[in-house]
Design a protein around this ligand. Structure first.
Ligand code: UD1
Ligand code: MG
Length: 430
């Protein structure tokens, strides 16, 4: 059955205490609203996002990453509340699923479960020991009678432990009729979407509770919630990757962006961060290393290596305290303490300890090109733009500020001066 989806994301998110709109805060590298959009697009070709607070910013962020998303601007001044958000929204299919934009952990499978069956309304319900903060769901004979918002509850209703998770699959025809009928006669003077349940029950329609996992449907309202959601998302990502064949030492210490991909047998040691759209193929990332938006194939990095965006490493060994940025290294060894930025380095080349590409002159960035079988001695500075051809030796401590031709030795050194007995003259004889 085809279904339309409306994602409510117009709320202010005051409790987030942030300049950034709540739904743009990221979880595992992706805005939480995008997690909801991804789940929605997996089950529907008709997805509408309702916006109000910082609408322009959120809309342009969405448009930069997605096509075919419809937008609706809530008239939140006149019609505040979740019901107000639905005013003027029209959807394509005969059934409409309404989601909250601050629920990044909802899975495609749960959305499908909510759309199953033939009740007029399916609504998500969670059983909670502490129901505080949620609308209480009054269930009789297995069907929903009413949802009462916490602020409107009688003392008896406050004890009800079945709560509204805030997701509903509704016959579109009912929505079209009920939404214009909503009023704001309640404690918060808001238009409550939840009132459609009462209307449906009064008309003798079936409102079916679908019991869902608390973990998936918990809304993210504060930075504390954000951190908890991150933990859950990380656990999911890592469990799936380990089942796929990635080895992780102490996985609870590892961070992996949801957009990163792994092929072949990869090993991640403790304390590793894999960020952005990184692609790892048969890679071994050792303890304490950070990889950002890079391609690492048949290579090892670290411990404590840093591979910054735009790097491509193939058949390469990167040792401790080596930073690589936007560089392509093929068949290279860089074992210790180096900075390689805007560089391309070819097969068989060895980068000594303390080698630095001076890629920035304070105004612009310049490339360094190193050919095959180049031995770059320790503490060499490569002043870019500079090209070192194949089969070159660069002596330790050299400042390479001119291109070096194939087969050459490059050496720049101040001659060593030795002063006899200087130590004793300076400190005195004992
Ligand atoms: C809502 C439910 C409550 C449920 C809870 C689950 C109502 C009246 N109450 O309460 O029963 O237990 O969710 O989390 O629906 N939004 C708009 N426009 C608005 C107000 C909100 O788009 O004017 C969006 C928010 O961005 C958010 C979602 O709707 O994504 C839920 O809003 P929120 O204010 O968190 O609703 P609650 O009061 O928590
Ligand atoms: Mg809420």
């Amino acid at each position: 059955m085809s279904i339309s989806i409306v994602i409510l994301a117009a709320g202010q998110g005051t409790r987030m205490k942030s300049e950034t709109p709540k739904v743009l805060h990221t979880i595992s590298g992706k805005p939480m609203l995008f997690h909801a959009i991804d789940a929605a697009q997996a089950v529907s070709d008709d997805v509408t996002v309702v916006l109000y607070h910082q609408a322009e910013r959120i809309e342009s962020e969405i448009n930069a990453h997605y096509e075919n998303i419809h937008f609706h601007l809530q008239d939140a001044q006149q019609f505040p509340g979740t019901g107000g958000a639905m005013k003027g929204v029209h959807t394509k299919h005969s059934r409409t699923l309404i989601l909250n934009g601050d629920m990044p952990l909802v899975t495609e499978a749960s959305l499908r479960a909510l759309t199953a069956g033939d009740a007029d309304i399916n609504m998500s319900v969670i059983k909670l020991e502490n129901p505080s903060g949620y609308g209480r769901v009054i269930i009789e004979n297995g069907e929903v009678r009413e949802i009462v918002e916490q602020k409107d509850c009688t003392p008896e209703q406050l004890n009800v432990k079945t709560v509204n998770a805030g997701i509903y699959a509704v016959n579109t025809e009912l929505l079209e009729r009920y939404i214009p009928m909503l009023d704001n006669n309640n404690a918060q003077k808001e238009y409550y979407l939840t009132d459609i349940v009462k209307m449906a029950v009064e008309e003798g329609r079936t409102v079916h509770p679908v019991f869902v996992e608390e973990e998936e449907f918990k809304g993210v309202n504060s930075k504390l919630d954000l951190a908890h959601a991150e933990e859950i998302m990380q656990r999911r990502i890592k469990e799936a990757l380990m089942m796929q064949g990635v080895i992780m030492r102490l996985p609870e210490t590892i961070y992996i962006d949801c957009r990163a991909t792994f092929e072949g047998e990869c090993i991640l040691e403790n304390g590793v961060s894999i960020e952005g759209h990184s692609r790892l193929i048969k890679a071994h990332i050792k303890a304490g290393s950070v990889v950002e938006d890079s391609h690492i194939e048949n290579s090892d990095v670290g411990p404590m290596g840093r591979i910054r965006p735009g790097s491509v490493l193939k058949d390469t060994h990167i040792g401790n305290f080596v930073e690589v940025k936007k560089s392509t290294l093929t068949g290279v060894k860089a074992g210790h303490l180096a900075y390689l930025g805007d560089a391309s380095i070819d097969e068989g080349s060895n980068i000594g300890a303390g080698v630095i590409t001076c890629n920035y002159d304070g105004k612009a960035k310049y490339p360094t090109k190193i050919g095959k079988n180049v031995f770059v001695g320790s503490d060499t500075q490569l002043v870019a733009p500079v090209t070192v051809e194949d089969d070159v030796m660069i002596a330790a401590g050299t400042t390479v500020n001119k291109d070096v031709a194939q087969g050459e030795l490059a050496i720049s050194r101040t001659p060593l001066k030795r002063v006899k007995n200087f130590f004793y003259k300076f400190f005195g004889e004992n």
